[in-house]
Design a protein around this ligand. Structure first.
Ligand code: GLY
Ligand code: MN
Ligand code: MN
Length: 440
């Protein structure tokens, strides 16, 4: 049984455990860019997770099993169409999709509205995630109203609507073996792209030239897309957290912060490396860099089953805040700096997020007062940073130094596996790589 079929069965079992019903998971709409040109198409992550089917205009229906029955899975998708296939490319069509992807039934998308009323009648619950797409919300409301209109014929609309994404979020939080092997490969490719960028970067080159090297490396190894717009930030630009202009020349003496990862088979990698444009760290740059690297090591050591999502952040924060005090960026005791949030002037984001199909992946972080416990198979980033903008009360040697170091960690039985470790990150390793590539 494919990983996709297993996930559909698992979702159906979870629905059944919660009283049964029918789930509807649509894929993403195509997004127009201008006139008749569209943005590159990417299927919805939840839909992709359950189907592996990447054509637009499709929706998955899952009917939870009753006692002793099998669940039913139904795909609605585009019809075969010789003319459209000549212009736009191959389509599976319902029959091809059913046999290739293992659904119990498949119909053309145009039949969805009429079939939906039949399918919804007398179901104990509709599992749908309202509020993400106004078109789907309206379509579902209309379908429910059609069933309600049949009440005198003995039909009953589902009395309960449940958020199907909540179940899927819980499933997506822990990656299966298929997902982890794709994510390891996406990480290897992305680490290779960072190595390529380190070899290429030099004073006088533009940030976009470095970006082009990253994109080239992602694509030539099969990534469909960058997992997010690469941040290629030289000098002061590194202190702009979401800098994506990528249009400035690189200057001797500056650092270059690159936050970039490829997306492979629908899975993201997310890596940040910071290195000197010239190939040699200055003293103050090295001080800030090693502080962030120490904070990252402390955070990585805190990733293990039994710890919570907050533990790596707390570990990184202690190291960073103490370093800020030692470097006279901040005054006061460690507890006071953490308690007051004074450190946020130089470290204003958190240390981790879930990673998977989405760069900021599905899954809750907190349940009431309790941060999510880490369990094997979860994947999270570890990305401390320190960003020092010019200010009168900051020594000038630190001005415009922005450092972030980001790796991707899989929680294992013993601790964690850093799947992005192939991208160098000690000062010695970075300087050696840059020196060697310049000597050629
Ligand atoms: N690249 C986005 C992030 O690091 O969260
Ligand atoms: Mn990240
Ligand atoms: Mn990142």
């Amino acid at each position: 049984m494919s990983a996709y079929s297993q996930r559909r069965r698992l979702l159906a079992a979870r629905m059944r455990a919660a009283g049964g019903g029918l789930a509807l998971i649509p894929t993403a709409p195509e997004q127009p860019r201008n006139r008749d040109a569209h943005f590159p198409y990417r299927a919805d992550s939840y839909f992709q997770y359950l189907t592996g089917f990447t054509e637009p205009e499709a929706v998955l229906v899952i009917v939870a099993p009753k006692e002793g029955d099998e669940p039913q899975t139904i795909l609605f998708c585009r019809e075969k169409n010789a003319e459209r296939e000549t212009w736009d490319g191959f389509r599976y069509g319902p029959d091809g999709a059913r046999t290739t992807f293992g659904f119990d039934a498949a119909f053309v998308f145009a039949e969805l509205d009429s079939k939906l009323s039949e399918l919804l009648a007398d179901q104990p619950a509709l599992w749908f995630s309202i509020g993400h797409d106004a078109g789907w919300d309206a379509r579902i409301a209309a379908a429910l109203n059609r069933v309600r209109g049949e009440s005198r014929n003995g039909k009953r609309a589902p009395p309960v609507i449940r958020d199907v994404r909540a179940e899927l979020d819980a499933m997506r939080l822990v990656k299966d073996a298929t997902e982890l092997s794709i994510m390891r490969r996406a990480s290897d490719i992305s680490a290779g792209a960072h190595v390529r960028a380190m070899r290429f970067a030099a004073p006088g080159r533009f940030e976009y030239e470095v970006e082009a090297e990253l994109l080239h490396e992602f694509r030539r190894h099969g990534c469909e897309f960058p997992a997010y717009t690469p941040i290629v930030a030289g000098g002061a630009n590194a202190c702009i957290l979401h800098y994506v202009g990528n249009d400035q020349p690189l200057r001797d003496g500056d650092l270059l912060l690159i936050d970039a990862g490829g997306e492979l088979s629908g899975y993201a990698s997310d890596i940040t490396r910071t290195f000197p444009v010239s190939g040699r760290f200055s003293g103050p740059q090295a001080d800030v860099y090693d502080l962030v690297l120490d904070a990252q090591a402390a955070a990585i050591a805190a990733v293990r089953p039994g710890a919570t999502f907050a533990d790596p952040h707390d570990a990184a924060l202690k190291v960073l805040a103490q370093g800020m005090i030692d470097m006279k960026l901040l005054a006061g005791s460690l507890d006071a700096v953490i308690e007051s949030g004074a450190y946020k002037r130089f470290y204003m984001h958190r240390t981790s997020h879930w990673l998977g199909k989405d760069v900021h992946d599905a899954g809750e972080y907190k349940d009431g007062e309790h941060w999510a416990p880490l369990v094997p198979g979860m994947v999270l980033t570890i990305e401390p940073g320190c960003y020092i903008r010019p200010a009168e009360d900051v020594r000038e040697v630190f001005w415009n130094i922005g450092v972030r170091i980001e790796d991707d960690a899989v929680v294992t039985a013993q601790g964690c596996e850093i799947i992005t470790a192939a991208a160098p990150k000690t000062i010695a390793d970075i300087e050696a790589l840059m020196r060697d590539s310049r000597a050629i």
